[in-house]
Design a protein around this ligand. Structure first.
Ligand code: AMP
Length: 427
């Protein structure tokens, strides 16, 4: 993943290149597109994660996208920081990344004369980086007009609370327009931060990057329990809501890969399948389209995926868990490479609980389970056996008919089902 896919325009890309940054850090990957989209963001990120570029880059991009209607130059963006050092650092970043853009900025903090600061603001600047106390003093002297403010960023909000700035922040907030974008960055999500966020942010996107994610363990793994027949719907929603751009999705069978590809296409998500029944030409073409971002989803079986050269994918989805735990490791190893963050999402139905247990035993890690209320499994559905060419999963009793044949079913029904599939495929 490079910076070019995040929605940043040329002047910013040029400045990034000059800094020698080759790939966005995990926080940048997550935050930049959502900030550009105009969403409020609540981000848990510590120093050293690249968080400053994570908000300054999209902030600068957003300023290029709106044409303010103002008589004189008014402040369009405000960054609040707990200390003057941090304010100076953020200002430096804004200067560095905004080198090829026309925006002006200034730093405001206490302990130095107020008059030069008042004079600078009076002349007009686009971006102010400030500590809350001094900014409030300036506001108290009618020295600053926030009426054109488009974006407010609170950096290291937890430290600002620890330092007792909460009242100053609240007073400043009253002077700002309600219609604005707000980003809150904090090293932790304490109850106090959550309360502050509730009052400040409007339907924020949560962005969380822990230190571990940025070092050895780059891959964030998650399991969503869901009924088999609702997996496709959940996958489409995840892709659309989370705005995933490049997703590698694994199915157990070739038929499953074809069926899912067709269904995704029908739901308006561009997809292609690669598996053993596809010609080399078709596979190469699908892979090239995927790499060029012309298709969003590549659906693959384990064997087909082994031979393909794709690195640094942000998202891998186990639409069906593999029967062999080692395959799980190969699959998720497709993401989070070379210093990149990655996310491996597994959609697990009742038939696959045993497979999940085996995988967790093999990787010596309990994968976090994230409940999606709208897709909570129906408790009345019972497990069915899983069977395909590579190893056997231990499902429960085959006590009911499979409502959705996205993969191979029990042996006794296999031929019949294949005949039905062939009929369907010919339609
Ligand atoms: P921060 O977490 O914002 O304090 O940034 C930590 C350091 O990482 C700063 O020195 C940045 O210049 C640097 N940095 C930020 N983004 C990247 C990137 N994508 N690649 C390499 N270095 C970066």
């Amino acid at each position: 993943m490079s910076f070019t896919n995040l929605g940043l325009s040329k002047p910013l890309l040029k400045a990034i290149e000059e800094q020698g940054y080759e790939t966005p850090s995990p926080i940048q990957l997550q935050a930049i597109p959502v900030v550009i989209e105009g969403k409020d963001v609540l981000a848990a990120a510590q120093t050293g994660t690249g968080k400053t570029a994570g908000f300054t880059l999209p902030l600068l991009e957003k300023l290029t996208q709106t044409k303010p209607n103002m008589q004189k130059k008014q402040i369009r963006a405000l960054v609040l920081t707990p200390t003057r050092e941090l304010a100076a650092q953020v200002a430096e970043s804004i200067k560095t990344y905004g080198k090829y853009l026309p925006y002006t900025s200034t730093v405001i903090f206490g302990g130095v004369g107020i008059n030069p600061q008042l004079a600078t603001i009076r002349k007009g600047v686009d971006i102010v980086i400030a500590t809350p106390g001094r900014l409030l003093d300036i506001a108290g002297q009618q020295g600053i007009d926030f009426s054109a403010l488009e974006c407010l960023i609170l950096d290291e909000a937890d430290r600002m609370l620890d330092m007792g700035f909460i009242h100053d922040i609240k007073k400043l907030m009253k002077l700002m327009p309600d219609k604005r974008q707000t980003l809150l960055f904090s090293a932790t999500f304490s109850p106090e931060i959550k309360t502050l966020a509730e009052g400040l942010l409007n339907d924020p996107v949560l962005v969380e990057v822990s230190r571990e994610n940025t070092t050895a363990d780059q891959i964030k793994q998650v399991v969503h329990f869901v009924d088999k027949r609702r997996k496709r719907e959940l996958l489409s929603q995840l892709i659309k809501i989370k705005k995933w751009r490049q997703v590698l999705v694994f199915t157990r069978t070739k038929h499953g890969a074809n069926k899912l590809t067709k269904e995704l296409e029908e739901s308006g998500i561009s997809a292609a399948a690669i598996h053993g029944n596809k010609s080399q030409g078709a596979r190469t073409k699908a892979l090239a389209a995927f790499k060029a971002n012309e298709i969003r989803v590549l659906v693959a079986t384990d064997i087909a995926a082994r031979g393909i050269d794709i690195d640094q994918l942000p998202h891998v989805v186990n639409y069906e868990l593999p029967n062999v735990p080692e395959d799980y490791v190969h699959r998720i190893g497709r993401t989070g490479r070379a210093g990149q963050s990655g996310e491996a999402v597994s959609l697990v139905c009742i038939d696959e609980h045993e497979l999940l247990k085996n995988i967790e035993k093999f990787i010596k890690f309990k994968i976090p389970k994230v409940d999606i209320p709208a897709f909570r499994p129906d408790p009345n559905i019972q497990a069915e056996p899983i069977q395909n060419g590579r190893g056997k999963g231990k499902g429960g009793k085959n006590s009911r008919n499979e409502p959705h044949s996205s993969k191979d079913g029990a042996k006794s029904n296999k031929n019949k089902r294949n005949r039905n599939r062939n009929k369907k495929d010919k339609k």
